[in-house]
Design a protein around this ligand. Structure first.
Ligand code: G3P
Length: 225
């Protein structure tokens, strides 16, 4: 399973990239707005830090303008994945870009029917928003199960399921259980994945006992605290 981080905060991206666990980045207009940065400069910087796919979303909604924006974005770096909305024009742009060998992330997917259309348009990734579906009282993970099952019937589709709008670690675990290829995870949730109270208390106990031995592993070092 691939982990993308869902943020446009370059400091967070650098920090998480250093873990070696990051396979890509997703941004959206709301995340970019929070940074106050110029979008194209930000995308260039993120693409330098993370070699995997970096999703950068178009801002227009009509085919011609979206395609022009997409071409400008793809010129920034080879690892830009153009993010387009799941609309008829968005899918036309998707088809045109993927025919040219570019990566496309079709976003704002809320139904299995939409995911089928994205795959037929040749999307590299489809982004179903699980958290926003949970927010309206439905089960976002049920949609992931449906899409994964449908795509398995048609190996020629080649579109990866990118679980988006992730709110907590169980969304990630369930996405993995279902066989989704990618989860894009906010930085705080990515960090939560590391944590378990028994890991913390277990480590404290080991360190206390180690200190009692009076030994050091490295010659001349302290006890590591
Ligand atoms: O980037 C798309 C998606 O992950 C947004 O998440 O939390 O705004 O629903 P959220």
């Amino acid at each position: 399973m691939k982990f993308f981080v869902d943020t446009a905060d370059i400091a967070e991206i650098r920090d998480l990239a250093a873990t070696g666990l990051l396979d890509g980045v997703t941004t959206n207009p709301s995340l970019v707005a929070k940074t106050g940065r110029r979008f194209t400069d930000l995308v260039a910087e993120i693409c330098d830090v993370v070699p995997g796919p970096v999703s950068a979303e178009v801002a227009a909604t009509d085919f011609d303008t979206m395609l022009k924006e997409a071409h400008l974005l793809t010129r920034i770096a080879d690892n830009v994945a153009v993010k387009v909305p799941l609309t008829p024009d968005g899918l036309k742009v998707c088809r045109s870009l993927t025919a040219d060998g570019r990566m496309v992330n079709v976003t704002l997917c809320f139904s299995a029917a939409q995911a089928i259309l994205a795959a037929k348009a040749g999307a590299t990734f489809v982004s179903p928003f699980v958290g926003r579906l949970d927010d309206i009282g439905t089960d976002g993970m049920e949609l992931i199960a449906d899409i994964v099952a449908i795509y398995r019937q048609y190996p020629a589709f080649g579109t990866e399921v990118l679980v988006a709008s992730v709110r907590h670690p169980m969304h990630v675990v369930e996405a993995a259980r279902l066989g989704a290829q990618v989860a894009t995870v906010p930085p705080a949730v990515l960090r939560q994945l590391f944590r378990h109270p028994l890991t913390d208390s277990g480590l404290d106990r080991f360190l206390d006992d180690w200190r009692k031995t009076g030994q050091t592993i490295l010659p001349g070092a302290g006890d590591g605290r």
